[in-house]
Design a protein around this ligand. Structure first.
Ligand code: 13P
Length: 311
């Protein structure tokens, strides 16, 4: 028997036995998406974590996502296949540096992109994801001064479509910063029948080329609705798995990076997840996400506010 098939069987058996739910992000490898009870974007995953009745949550994504699930479910066990699955965006905003930054703007409210540590969320008025960032920003009166952290690209994009002037923390995602505008234009010239679509974590020159900009779920919905048969996709390559599944007759080309030899469209942290690690994680219920009670209590408030608005 194929070892991967055996692993999938064992994971499903353990999942049932332990009353666990598997939540996977669109950026993990295909087999890890296919085995999930729910696969989605950051907002969908936070909502799935809020609604689950399972006793244990296995988060196949990156650390801040599992942490968010724990904050929403302090009484449940939350485990993830690899504790080292970090996020360059979350790392770009250390809590002590952000506290000093925030202190310079005492009359500002803080909107934090969900790709951030729990510590950062404790200093936050409301959390958002790329799917609801515009709606969350617009939930504040126009004259309310705002800080947006940690993604300057998403923050800048939201400023541009809402006319706000949020103060931006200088952080970015290393995957979405790697795209080459020149190479994308070249590829578009060679594929005039293709539509170029991008995640809002991309830099402005890339976003200016895009026919559609949105969260991973929004991009996935767009390719299904669009009449185009070919797409150049500027986000982590894991999303191509769902796009190809949803539209087997369409062609999806990963947007080129500055250094085409580096495999930069892959998030090295998301790719730390594997079927084998998922199996071991479920078997031993390790590694587990734990947080101090006061952090959970404080970080839960801005997450709950977001979930209320995005019902
Ligand atoms: P979404 O799936 O919410 O679009 O976010 C992408 C991302 O950056 C995950 O780390």
């Amino acid at each position: 028997i194929d070892p991967a098939v055996k692993l999938v069987e064992e994971i499903n058996r353990l999942k049932k036995e332990k009353n666990a739910v598997i939540l996977s992000h669109f950026y993990v490898d295909g087999p890890l998406q296919d085995i999930a009870d729910y696969v989605g974007d950051s907002l969908g995953l936070a909502q799935a974590a809020a609604n689950t009745e399972a006793e244990m949550i296995v988060f196949v994504g990156v650390h801040f996502m599992a942490e968010t699930a724990k904050i929403i479910n302090p009484n449940k066990k939350v485990i993830l296949p690899d504790l080292k699955a970090s996020c360059s965006l979350a790392e770009s905003a250390p809590a002590d540096k952000f506290a000093a930054f925030k202190a310079q703007y005492p009359d500002h409210k803080v909107i934090t992109y969900i790709n951030a540590t729990a510590a950062l969320k404790t200093m936050t008025d409301i959390v958002c994801t790329s799917a609801n960032a515009k709606q969350i920003v617009e939930s504040f009166p126009k004259d309310q001064k705002l800080i947006f952290a940690p993604d300057k690209n998403l923050g800048g994009y939201i400023n541009s479509i809402t006319g706000r002037e949020m103060v931006l923390w200088d952080g970015a995602c290393m995957v979405h910063e790697q795209y080459s505008v020149e190479k994308i234009i070249d590829l578009m010239d060679k594929n005039t029948d293709a539509e170029f679509i991008a995640h809002p974590e991309c830099e402005k020159p890339v976003l200016l080329l895009a026919k559609h900009i949105g969260s991973t779920t929004a991009l996935l919905n767009y390719v299904q609705k669009s009449e185009a048969k070919k797409f150049i996709v500027a986000t982590e390559s894991g999303i191509l798995h769902q796009m190809t599944k949803a539209c087997p007759d369409k062609i999806f080309i990963p947007a080129p990076s500055v250094d085409s030899t580096c495999g930069c469209n892959d998030c090295e942290y998301m790719k730390l997840n594997s079927l084998q690690k998922l199996y071991i994680c479920l078997k031993h219920e390790l590694p587990e996400v734990t947080l101090p009670a006061d952090v959970i209590e404080k970080a839960r408030i801005p997450i709950q506010r977001m979930l209320e608005i995005s019902k």
